[in-house]
Design a protein around this ligand. Structure first.
Ligand code: TMP
Length: 260
């Protein structure tokens, strides 16, 4: 499919115009960043894995009636997506306390939350994606009260589904980030956008708590590709990627994981 002009370049993805209006091509890069771009690197093969893992998760979510921007994956690094105006909020859902919440509130790392917690962050790299209240979203018209209630309900449904999906393959869904956008053509509809991958989730092995996500990069744990491959393997989609030369460059995993 012929790519049109570049519409947007983010830290891990590029969005190009697609031949059909209302659609776009989302390209997954190998760039890894953390702490709002303070730490950056290129990790060969990461984009390929995230493209396939995100396709798998979004397609599975479509199966339970969640509307997403995914039309189809078109190659190893690209997906055809519906073009949306992104709501400038990162919706963070947490099942286990780790990462920023432990530092912000002094909660012990690994504390299992009695019920899932949703947090809202304003999407602005220069400001460091600050945590905001529901009232900020309403005050600045980033979403209406009805839209926000609907998105919140979707977030919890997605969490329920993904927790079950990952638990079934021996992975704890610790937390994750979602983004939503409004379609540009036809009836303006809010749909799930962006990606869901080990870049945007925290995933721990159910027995060992081994990290299988971007914390391997954030915390300099190494072996990011073997960890992402392990996620793809357990989701039963790695076999489709084993001929990708980019994924063969990586040394054998030194992550010790119990057999499932
Ligand atoms: P946090 O603990 O750093 O707030 O991250 C919570 C979750 O959200 C974690 O799974 C990583 C994800 N996340 C992103 O995908 N993008 C971001 O910009 C941030 C801050 C977090």
């Amino acid at each position: 499919m012929k790519k049109g002009k570049k519409l947007y370049e983010g830290k891990a993805k590029i969005v190009y115009a697609a031949p059909d209006s209302g659609l776009a091509i989302q390209h997954f890069k190998d760039h890894a960043t953390a702490f709002n771009n303070l730490k950056k690197s290129t990790i060969e093969g990461k984009g390929v894995l995230n493209n396939r893992i995100s396709e798998h998760i979004l397609t599975s979510l479509e199966g339970i009636g969640i509307k997403t921007h995914l039309v189809k994956r078109i190659n190893m690094r690209e997906q055809l997506i519906k073009l949306v105006d992104i709501i400038p909020i990162e919706f963070i859902i947490r099942n286990i306390a780790t990462g920023s919440i432990t530092k912000r509130l002094g909660i012990k790392d690994g504390t299992i939350l009695d019920r899932p917690l949703i947090e809202f962050c304003y999407k602005d790299d220069d400001l460091g994606d600050p945590l905001i209240a529901k009232e900020h979203i309403l005050a600045f018209n980033w979403a209406t009260a009805t839209e926000l209630d609907w998105i919140t309900e979707q977030c919890f449904r997605i969490n329920d589904f993904m927790q079950g999906m990952f638990r079934g393959v021996g992975i704890k869904l610790v937390d994750f980030k979602l983004e939503f956008g409004k379609t540009r053509t036809g009836k303006k509809q809010i749909i799930l956008a962006d990606e869901i991958s080990p870049d945007t989730c925290r995933l721990w092995d159910i027995d060992s708590d081994e990290k299988l996500d971007k914390d391997r990069f954030r915390k300099d744990l190494g072996n990011l590709i073997p960890a992402y491959k392990e996620v793809a393997k357990r989701l039963n989609i790695l076999h489709e990627l084993t001929n990708i030369s980019e994924l063969k460059f990586n040394k054998p995993t030194s992550i010790k994981l119990k057999k499932k």
